[in-house]
Write a protein that binds this ligand. Structure first.
Ligand code: ADP
Length: 730
């Protein structure tokens, strides 16, 4: 294998295009694939939907020999293998669900060198016979999926993974690569140590999921709030998580009654019923699964368009994992969380009954979760900060806070002081509900009995909605101006709260916006840009027919992103169809004719234009309009330098390349890494001028921007800022 050769990466790009129909790498994919091609051990942490599978699948097609993929999830193996075969990549799995005859056939295929990838569960791989057999064939690489399972520090430790440490000796000279979506620094090091990796490359992507739109609300009417969210996703697939089984049953029954195609999933159902409901969901026979956390592990459905939490999870790790099941395909998806102080109480009781050594950590995680819910910070920023990363942009355009669905109150200091004074007047002996009622001027029996209607703070916020006041109290708790103490969560003013009372600090308080308030479009709303919805639905039906005939889930035929691209471009020929995102050679041969015929018939019947050119997007800014070659090895070498903040000139000097070449690398870097902040390369005043000019003449023609700026700003700077703006908008 020639090291670092441009031709190997070019071969990889061809494979990506030919088999998967993709023309660009997702962030860190190119680097991860490069490690595999070079045989350098690696630990790769990419978020759900980050495209981890392709990191080893594409190199497995390029390299001679058989790639071994270790995965704990037998239920996913068939899916992955079906998906690979549908793209024309010969792959198989070996597990306990197979008959002896099937296993023999797989062994024959391995022996004859007919397979590129073989999926195995760890316990299967490590049986003596299997290991010996695989040692007798040429192995190209070993990929370990869900690698956090090997670490007892991770949240899903599986002892059988520990035995994988023998792989290093069993396959000397073969690269071993570990992939996971969640791993702290400790877990990453532990994975490398347990697998005895040799000087591995650690590649850690951003924990942010830009295509997810987070919305968090206090729960006041569970069913109504769920229905409002579902109405935004009619006919689309999604998951509703509840804390308790009885909530699952009640919610499912209510939704079914209202005509929604919803099914339940929890540990109280029979194995058979669970399996049937899961299959119905995967095969698009049901739109919504209402479930406890028991649902999800082993679900790889890419087109989940919403995840609703009808109750608060017990930690942000859980929230990230569960909400992360939305939008694996990279298209926009909505994550709604409806929480209540009661959820906190439920989890607290459960934690207090648990193993004493784990209590402190679990309570901390629970508090962090509650702070997230009642917090007033951008949700994307709050999540990545929790996982120790910085959020690069000023606003995400993809959460209730940044979309302006929550309004900052005009006089937070006065309101904060009113609330804190009331807590003091109540002698810090009452909880949030009661305090809110007193502030609201309630004549509740208990308030009258205790004479609290005579307090000076009674009715101070009588003009406000009770729910809003209750929310503000939680916001003051999350900003640590109040704490809840004791069994009844009595409110107490903290030292920081006293500073508010003295007027030294001002809290940030939000009021929930009216639903009618216009929100800025979600970030990836433009993934619907130019898409004819009617044609999209027509193609969805055709996809469903084909999937049913093949006995595979619909997304194995085509992902939603591909269908949208078809309904946008509306190709009338096979050559045009081949240009669609996600159409490789095999899918072109298998489905092209039928899909093109359906597109042409639909467009003629509905008088829609055919062969529409794709909308101008970021790639069009680069010289090569569509089939852009991947960043070559030198471009990749430049990436870490740009990451360190080196200028174009410095990078050019280090790599002994012309500045114009380094400029090209920088543009690729900004695109590949989806950089949104141009400040390392362009000074803030110039950025502001360019943004202003783009506001006047748009970003499609750089020359127009250049002219508006009177030729005083270089094309290079304009290009950098425009690319970052596009990334922020995607
Ligand atoms: P992960 O295992 O990290 O959750 P997957 O490997 O399942 O992610 O990939 C998520 C989705 O992204 C899949 O639908 C996959 O086909 C798609 N995908 C992966 N790489 C690319 C790429 N380079 N271009 C476009 N789509 C991609």
């Amino acid at each position: 294998m020639p090291r670092d050769s441009e031709s190997t990466l070019a071969a990889l790009a061809n494979v990506l295009r030919q088999y998967w129909g993709y023309d660009r790498f997702l962030p860190l994919q190119a680097e991860a694939m490069n490690c595999v091609l070079q045989g350098r051990d690696s630990v790769v942490v990419l978020p759900t939907g980050g495209g981890k599978s392709l990191c080893f699948q594409a190199p497995a097609v390029c390299l001679p020999g058989l790639a071994l993929v270790v995965s704990p999830l037998i239920s996913l193996m068939k899916d992955q293998v079906d998906s690979l075969r549908n793209c024309g990549v010969p792959a198989a799995f070996a597990n306990s669900t197979q008959s002896a005859a099937e296993r023999r056939r797989v062994a024959d295929d391995v022996r004859a060198g007919r397979l590129r990838l073989l999926y195995l569960a760890p316990e299967r791989l490590l049986t003596e016979g299997t290991l010996e057999f695989l040692q007798s064939v040429r192995v190209s690489l070993v990929a370990i999926d869900e690698a956090h399972c090997i670490s007892s520090w991770g949240h899903d430790f599986r002892p059988e993974y520990r035995a994988l440490r023998v792989l290093q000796e069993a396959f000397p000279g073969v690269g071993i690569h570990a992939y996971t979506a969640t791993a702290s620094e400790t877990v990453r090091r532990d994975i490398a140590g347990q697998l005895q990796l040799r000087d591995p490359e650690f590649l850690v992507g951003s924990f942010d999921r830009p295509n997810l739109v987070y919305k968090v609300q206090r729960r006041h009417d569970r069913l109504r709030q769920i229905r409002e969210a579902l109405e935004r996703h009619r006919g689309e697939a999604g998951i509703i998580y509840c804390i308790a089984r009885k909530d699952v049953d009640q919610t499912t029954a209510a939704l079914q009654e209202l005509g929604y195609r919803a099914l339940p999933y929890h540990a109280g159902l029979s194995d058979d019923e669970r399996r049937r409901n899961q299959e119905a969901f995967i095969e698009d026979e049901a739109d919504t699964i209402v479930a406890t956390v028991a649902f999800g592990m082993g679900i790889d459905k890419p087109n989940v368009r919403y995840v609703i939490h009808a109750g608060m999870p017990k930690s942000l790790e859980h929230y990230q994992q569960e909400s992360g099941r939305a939008g694996r395909d990279g298209l926009e998806a909505e994550c709604c969380l409806f929480y209540s102080g009661a959820d906190y109480g439920v989890w607290k009781r459960i934690i207090e009954d648990s193993e004493p050594s784990a209590r402190e950590g679990a309570l901390k995680s629970l508090s962090a979760m509650l702070n997230f819910c009642s917090g007033v910070q951008c949700r994307h920023r709050a999540i990545v900060a929790y996982f120790g990363q910085q959020y690069p942009a000023a606003t995400c355009h993809a959460c209730d806070v940044c979309l302006g669905q929550l309004d900052l109150v005009a006089e937070p200091l006065t309101i904060g002081q009113k609330i804190l004074s009331c807590v003091m007047r109540l002698q810090q002996r009452f909880g949030g509900d009661y305090t809110a009622k007193v502030l609201n001027g309630s004549n509740d029996q208990r308030i009258l009995q205790l004479g609290h209607n005579r307090l000076s703070t009674w009715g101070l916020l009588a003009d406000e909605n009770l729910r809003t006041i209750r929310d503000w109290i939680e916001q003051l708790v999350s900003q640590e101006f109040l704490v809840k103490v004791g069994e009844y969560n009595q409110l107490q003013v903290t030292p920081a709260g006293w500073r508010v009372l003295r007027g030294e600090v001002t809290p940030r308080l939000l009021r929930p916006a009216r639903p009618a308030k216009a929100a800025k479009p979600a970030p990836s709303e433009d993934s619907w840009e130019g898409v004819d919805r009617g044609l999209f639905d027509e193609l969805r039906r055709l996809r469903h027919e084909r999937a049913a005939a093949q006995h595979v889930p619909a997304y194995i035929v085509f992902g939603d992103a591909s269908l949208r691209d078809m309904a946008r471009r509306r190709p009338s020929s096979l050559a045009g169809f081949r240009q669609v995102n996600g159409v490789g050679d095999k899918k072109l041969a298998d489905y092209g004719q039928e899909f093109v015929e359906r597109i042409v018939a639909y467009c003629q019947a509905n008088q829609l234009p055919l062969d529409v050119p794709p909308p101008a997007s970021v790639p069009a800014l680069l010289p090569e309009p569509r089939l852009r070659p991947p960043p070559g090895v030198t471009a990749l070498t430049a990436f870490p330098l740009f990451r360190q903040g080196l200028s174009v000139e410095q990078v050019a000097q280090r790599l002994a390349r012309a500045p114009s070449t380094a400029r090209g690398y920088l543009c690729l870097f900004i695109q590949q890494e989806r950089i949104t902040d141009p400040s390392p390369w362009v000074d803030p005043a110039t950025v502001a001028r360019i943004v202003d000019a783009v506001g006047q003449v748009g970003a499609e023609r750089l020359k127009a921007v250049f002219d508006v700026l009177g030729g005083q700003v270089s094309y290079e700077q304009i290009r950098i800022v425009v690319l970052c703006m596009k990334n922020a908008d995607v």
